[in-house]
Write a protein that binds this ligand. Structure first.
Ligand code: PMP
Length: 398
């Protein structure tokens, strides 16, 4: 009998399954809102000008591709620290942040999860209800029991802050809490600054371990505004984990550029934590790849490219906002009577539309408009050519 005879087929990734269905759909006016990717107004994945220019500079001075240090490219790690915490922040100046380059935001989460499993073997992990599905799978595969904290309030169309705080108050000390720093995936609903303050206070009182997932910095209110959440945890004196992703903010999905940063109590502690993070990296894939990190470091560390990046990221954010408004206006024009203005209150790439599974299935089958069964739609995939069609389709199933 073959070694693999008893291997079962793993369930398909629901989003990738949706993509396959979309690709096989022959209708020319089909629209894929299932993805978590930003497309420009021509429906194309952008290659940012700042990335193009950084690549030209790198090409002008070609370098051999030796192994990077286990924790990644030093200029990159430095740039990440400056972006996430501020170059002049006390935590960076005093050297109490341990940062490693990672394979995207996912890689940052995974390095953190593996390190935490060794540090807190019997801790539980809390993720938001709902959350990015990979949070559950990733922390589960790292060996943790994964539960949820209250988050989305469908009836009030927003965050159930009281429920969230109650869940956190009920958690045992040492529980790891995974928090979306901004642009919550899948709902699009974020906490207000005052609500973050309340969460920080409970995390501190209860001795919980905050793990911020920052996958969309700059897509909410702005780079600094979105990053302010990290500062709240740091200012409260907490040991905080931050997973950074540049997949969306640099449109560098396939380069796998991200990081994990851990704020420690002292430089000495940070050095020891870093040594342990390096063990995790070393024993998984030895060291990270060069190109994406070189591009991002070049952009972040070159003032004019950095300014260009901020401008381009601002344009992406503004275009998404405009599409949200077009959606709300278009739905009204298409005869939808219920108030859909909540769509413009949501942030980031996604909108939890409030549509039921049946309605989402009808959107797919009758109109070729693909979103997830949960009602999540990627508004960053709307453009001036498809938005009216999407509005008519939604209006027809509502
Ligand atoms: N966290 C969240 C909340 C995400 O939405 C994503 C991307 N879909 C990630 C992490 C992972 O990002 P990356 O592609 O950089 O691994």
């Amino acid at each position: 009998m073959s070694l693999f005879a008893a291997v079962e087929m793993a369930p398909r990734d629901p989003i990738l399954g949706l993509n396959e269905q979309f690709a096989a759909d022959p209708r020319p006016n089909k629209v894929n809102l299932g993805v978590g990717v930003y497309y420009d107004d021509n429906g194309k994945l952008p290659l940012l000008q700042c990335v193009r220019e950084a690549e030209q500079r790198l090409l002008a001075q070609p370098s051999a591709r030796g192994y990077l240090p286990i924790d990644g490219m030093p200029a990159y790690d430095q740039a990440v620290k400056a972006l996430v915490f501020g170059a002049d922040s006390e935590v960076v100046r005093t050297g109490r942040v341990a940062t490693v380059q990672a394979l995207g935001g996912t890689g940052g989460l995974k390095i953190g999860a593996d390190f935490l499993k060794k540090l807190l073997p019997s801790a539980q992990v809390l993720i938001s209800d709902p959350s990015w599905e990979n949070h559950r799978a990733l922390f589960g595969n790292a060996g943790f029991a994964v539960h949820t904290y209250a988050y989305y309030d469908g009836a009030r169309r927003g965050v159930d802050v009281e429920g969230m705080l109650a869940s956190l108050r009920a958690a045992a000390p040492g529980t790891i809490v995974v928090l979306h720093a901004c642009c919550h995936n899948p709902t699009g609903y974020d906490l207000t600054p005052a609500q973050w303050d309340a969460v920080v206070a409970v995390v501190r009182e209860r001795g919980l371990v905050p793990f911020l997932d920052m996958a969309y910095q700059g897509f909410g209110h702005g780079i600094a505004e979105d990053g302010a959440v990290v500062g709240k945890f740091v200012d409260a004196g907490l040991d905080v984990f931050v997973a950074t992703s540049f997949s969306k903010s640099f449109s560098l999905y396939g380069e796998r550029v991200g990081a994990l940063s851990v704020v420690c109590a002292s430089r000495d502690e940070a050095e020891r934590v870093l040594s342990q993070l390096k063990v995790v990296v070393r024993t998984n894939y030895s060291n990270p790849p060069t190109h994406g990190a070189a591009v991002v470091a070049t952009v972040l560390n070159t003032p004019e490219l950095r300014a260009l990046w901020e401008q381009e990221l601002g344009e992406m954010r503004t275009r998404i906002r405009a599409m949200r408004q077009r959606l709300v206006d278009g739905l009204k024009a298409a005869g939808v009577e219920q108030d859909m203005s909540f769509i413009t209150q949501q942030l980031g790439m996604f909108s939890y539309s409030g549509l039921s599974k049946d309605q989402m299935v009808r959107l797919r089958q009758e109109f070729g408009v693909y979103g997830t069964d949960s009602g999540r739609m990627c508004v960053a995939a709307l453009n001036s050519r498809n938005v009216d069609y999407v509005c008519q389709a939604i209006a027809a199933v509502l």
